[in-house]
Design a protein around this ligand. Structure first.
Ligand code: M6R
Length: 366
């Protein structure tokens, strides 16, 4: 049942080239410029004219929502708010018929997300679900939705569901941006073509496994980890930290790299591994100076960089090279080595990777 892998989590990490392709299958055909997000059809008008997009979710799904905030604002130019469902539902939020709410959930059974949906519905908003489990409570409670088609995810730590969620949200953002006239035809075609290359690039990122085992050996006994990224890689930093803490029980925090100066920098010493996601994108130079700041304080630097990078190579203790892609698609690739790093550290520490203590696959109580 684990298909020859030691754990479901590892199997699911390795399934990602296929699960991302499955998610795009039937929806995207770059050569003909065809992009169809089935669930959106009847609500495209509402979506296109929304005053605001509100995304609500918990945990890893909330991280996918943060990536989507960047995507929707960049491509569709509609303001986005990303809300923890547990906070949103109790805050008496300002909501109306012109708001388009997107609820993201792998299981479709998360109690807080479901309650947030019911609340938004009662205020007249349109609710769109991005779920993995077909026929789940959230899929049924929403007005419309798109499934992620990642297949069953058994490991408590979410991996392939996360990249599938981002894939669906990326398709939605591109469709919306194009329909609203915010993306020029040639640029749109370029983006669609690049999106089709993602499964192959994720496949290449998986080939980093041996290197990540070596890095895991070195840092498996660390007591703390810091994960830093900017822009599209900020949510990836949060996700990397969550993956590590939930399965290895090492304390880890994710931060936007620039926020480091406002507190976390005090934690840095020669004992502190700091994982930077420093791919070549619009915030690259800024991240490089953040790396220098950590180095000056003797922190141990593990950096996820774009293939061929030389600047960071000269500064970091370890560099992990991932294939380059469009800035907006980077999270789909840059998260993969972080999933593998957490997995190997947890295994080396003797942790129950697929069923970490105190956690359930779906949190059906608030
Ligand atoms: O099923 P959902 O996507 O609604 O679950 C939300 C969170 O409980 C979930 O992502 C949790 O954070 C995972 N264990 C993270 O790996």
């Amino acid at each position: 049942e684990k298909g020859g892998y030691d754990h479901f989590m590892l199997k699911e990490i390795y399934e990602q080239p296929r699960s991302i392709a499955d998610c795009m299958r039937g929806r995207l055909d770059a050569s003909s410029g065809r992009l169809v997000v089935g669930g959106l059809r009847d609500y495209m008008n509402k979506f296109q004219n929304a005053q605001r997009i509100i995304i609500t979710a918990c945990g890893t799904s909330w991280h996918a929502g943060l990536v989507a905030e960047y995507l929707f604002e960049e491509f569709a130019r509609i303001p986005v708010e990303v809300e923890y469902a547990s906070e949103f539902r109790y805050r008496n939020p300002v909501l109306n018929e012109n708001d388009f709410v997107i609820a993201i959930s792998q299981s479709g059974e998360t109690a807080d997300t479901l309650a947030a949906i019911e609340l938004a519905k009662s205020k007249g908003a349109t609710i769109f679900g991005v779920c993995n489990v077909v026929g789940s409570s959230i899929a049924r409670a929403t007005h419309a939705g798109s499934y992620t088609h990642a297949g069953p995810e058994i490991g408590v730590a979410s991996t392939k569901a996360f990249t599938a969620q981002i894939s669906v949200l990326t398709l939605m953002a591109l469709k919306l941006g194009y329909q609203r006239g915010m993306i020029a035809e040639t640029r749109y075609m370029e983006l669609l073509h690049e999106l089709e290359t993602i499964p192959g690039k994720v496949e290449r990122a998986l080939q980093l496994n041996e290197q990540l085992i070596k890095i895991a050996e070195i840092y498996k006994d660390a007591r703390n980890f810091l994960y830093l990224g900017r822009g599209y890689n900020f949510p990836v930093a949060l996700e990397g930290a969550l993956k590590l803490k939930e399965i290895s029980y090492i304390h880890a925090e994710g931060y936007p790299a620039a926020e480091m100066k406002h507190g976390p920098i005090a934690l840095i010493d020669e004992e502190m591994p700091v994982v930077f996601i420093a791919t070549k994108d619009s915030s690259y130079e800024k991240v490089v100076s953040n790396i220098q700041e950590v180095k000056a304080r003797k922190g141990k630097i593990i950096a996820v960089v774009t293939e061929g990078d030389t600047t960071v190579k000269n500064m970091a203790d370890h560099v992990i090279e991932v294939p380059s892609t469009e800035e907006a698609f980077v999270p789909l690739i840059s998260v993969v080595p972080l999933q593998l790093l957490s997995y190997h550290i947890a295994v080396m520490r003797g942790c129950n990777v697929d069923q970490p203590r105190n956690l359930a696959k779906s949190v059906t109580v608030e």
